[in-house]
Design a protein around this ligand. Structure first.
Ligand SMILES: [Zn+2]
Length: 166
């Protein structure tokens, strides 16, 4: 790797440490020619295999773009989206795979998105999982309600169950 300051072809590692919970190594390097220091980050490559069979490098910005549409009009910030994409990448990397199907990337998005915003989750799931009828929505909402009851999470406005008489 060339020194970014003087383009010298050689550099010396002066420090190495684990980063991102061990999924990356950060190296501090020094150029023997100009003496300046710079950092490199080493991670395993992570490829996403598309339906066509072609692979492309995993990209957080693709995750963000895919989820952003489902979040339109919802109280979700760009920071929330960046954190979600980071969580998706960390979860996939933690599973130790070097390649992942695009379909499984979608699956890996569902859970963090559910925790971020349930309406955005329903929108994303309806497209991603190909909801075809009201029954599909009803089933997904039913699952959300059960999970909300388990965790004591508030049901979003509009999804509240009508009060039942006891
Ligand atoms: Zn240099």
């Amino acid at each position: 790797m060339f020194c970014p300051y003087c383009r010298n072809a050689d550099s010396r590692v002066v420090d190495s440490r684990l980063a991102d919970d061990g999924s990356a190594i950060r190296r501090r390097r020094q150029c023997p020619q100009c003496g300046r220091r710079f950092s490199t980050v080493e991670t395993t490559t992570l490829s996403v295999i598309k339906r066509s069979g072609a692979g492309e490098p995993f990209s957080r910005s693709k995750i963000i773009n895919g989820v952003r549409k489902a979040c339109q009009g919802r109280p979700v910030t760009e920071d929330d989206l960046a954190l979600l994409a980071q969580e998706v990448e960390e979860n996939i990397r933690a599973s130790g795979v070097a390649e992942i199907d695009a379909h499984e990337v979608g699956l890996a998005i569902l859970e963090p998105l559910r925790q971020l915003d349930q309406i955005a989750y329903l929108r994303f799931a309806s497209v991603y999982q190909g909801f075809e009828s009201l029954d599909d929505f009803e089933e997904a909402i039913g699952t959300l309600r059960r999970q909300n009851e388990d965790t004591g999470q508030r049901v979003p406005t509009g999804l509240q169950r009508p009060l039942t008489a006891h």
